[in-house]
Structures are given as C-alpha cells and as structure tokens.
Write a protein of this length. Structure first.
Length: 274
C-alpha cells in the first residue's frame, strides 16, 4: 500500500509511542525518504528502526530545509513549550500539527503557533504498536477537511480512530482507553495470582490467565454480542462462574473499583493538562 505525503513528515520525539506509530506508517507504505526525525538521542527499538530504514535523524530542527507536510509531536508534555516554537519556524501554510502528547490541550499548543494553525490533538493507546489500538482525536478550527482526513489516515495506522468535538472528553478518554491497557494487564496479574493462591503451579497459572484474557478479548472482537451478553452466556445459574461474579459484583467489587479508578485518572489528567 502506498502512502505518500506532499512534503516531509517530521517526527519530533522518537520515544515509544512516536516510534510505534512511525513503524506502523512505514509498514503501510510510507516512504522512509519522506521521514525526518528530530531527537537528540533515539534509543531502543526506535533507534533500531531508524537505522534499519536509513531515516535521517537530526539533533535539532534547524537543519530541516523544506516545510513539513506533517509535524508529528510525540515529545514528553513537559518539554512541549520548548519544542513548539522551534518547529513552528519550519512549518508552511499547509502544515498539519498532529500531537500525541498526553495532557496538552489545543489552546496550549496553539499558543506557540501562528494564528489559524491546523492542529489535531490525539490520544492513542499502546496496542497501537501492533495496529490494534484505539485513538480519539479532536481538530482545531484551523484544520481543513483534507487535513482531518490526512490525520485520520495517519492515526489509523495504529488501529481504530474516533473523533470528538468536545475537548473535555479527552480526559475520560485517556482514563478509559489510554490507561485501560494497564488495567487489563493488572487484571491478568491478579488472575494469575489468584490461580496460584488456589493451588496452581505458577507457570500454569500465568499461562491460564494470559490466554484467558487473550481469548476473551478475541471473542469480544469477533462476536456480534455485547460484553454483558457474553458474560451471561458464560454464567450458569448456581454454577462456579455465578459464585465468582457474586463476589466481583458486591457493593465494593470490580465495577465500583473501576468507576473510582477512571474517575481518579480523569481528575489527574485535568490537573496535568495545560
């Protein structure tokens, strides 16, 4: 599949998420010669990717001579205020700014950019690294339909894309989908620990927990039924699953804990955002 742009894609920040999205784009046919990375010292898998694809890595953005079609902002939120004024000097009138930095609002990004700049703020999650993620995005007033379609295509390299028009929703989005994989990993850890406590060998408990989560997720993906129906289908009245769900559904059980967890993450996101 070919994926061409009208100019370079400048990736600012070659961390895990930026590198993962770039890897997906390259797999979808983006020409490595269209990619320039600005990062003083890429490390890990991203460094290997850049070396393997012979992608130019610049220690500073001052060496870029052509206005980028897309500036993909993947730096840590705390350094965004330093980076944005530098990259803004490189942009042309049609440049799309695509930020995947958590907690940085449109207004905070636009404050460093020319009036009317086209800015898309997006919140991906870590399964985007294998093309199974979900990203929620919002566009600034300066984004044209063509630029929004471009942003959608770029983000779709990581999986599903959803758009909202109320930026305040990105805080609970982050709490549910951005942080959500960690909740699932914790559930897997806890299920394995429960298996060990019930007498299973550690390796067996780990494999059972892991494959159960993987299998249940695959069934959820491929079934026409919602999660509640699938849960009821597993639960025989008076059976073992019903006994377990009675504990999990107690007033201080799983549902209440997750509601509290998402609320705490949402609150923290609003505290950190600027």
């Amino acid at each position: 599949m070919s994926f061409t742009l009208d100019g370079p894609l400048l990736l600012v920040g070659a961390g895990k998420m930026g590198g993962a999205l770039l890897s997906r784009l390259l797999d979808r046919g983006l020409d490595p010669r269209q990619v320039v990375v600005q990062d003083p010292e890429p490390t890990g898998d991203t460094a290997d990717l850049l070396a393997d694809r012979a992608i130019d890595v610049l220690p500073t953005v001052d060496e870029l001579t052509m206005p980028p079609a897309v500036i993909l902002l993947a730096v840590k939120p705390q350094v965004m205020d330093q980076v944005l004024p530098q990259v803004a000097r490189l942009a042309g009138p049609e440049t799309l700014y695509l930020s995947i930095a958590a907690g940085r609002r449109l207004a905070g990004l636009e404050a460093h950019l020319p009036a009317g700049a086209a800015v898309v703020r997006a919140m991906p999650n870590t399964p985007a690294a294998i093309g199974r993620g979900v990203t929620v995005a919002i566009a600034s007033a300066g984004v044209t339909p063509v630029q929004r379609a471009l942003a959608d295509r770029l983000l779709a390299a990581g999986g599903h894309v959803m758009w909202v028009t109320d930026e305040a929703l990105l805080d609970p989005v982050t709490a549910v989908s951005g942080s959500g994989p960690a909740y699932v990993f914790l559930l897997t850890e806890c299920l394995a620990e429960a298996g060990r406590a019930a007498g299973l060998d550690a390796e067996v408990a780990e494999r059972l927990a892991r494959q159960t989560i993987i299998g249940a997720a695959a069934l959820l993906e491929h079934s026409d039924h919602d999660a509640a129906t699938l849960r009821r289908n597993v639960t025989s009245p008076g059976g073992t699953t019903a006994a377990a769900l009675e504990v999990l559904s107690a007033p201080d059980g799983l549902k209440e804990l997750l509601v509290a967890a998402v609320a705490a993450a949402t609150k923290r996101g609003r505290e950190l955002a600027k």
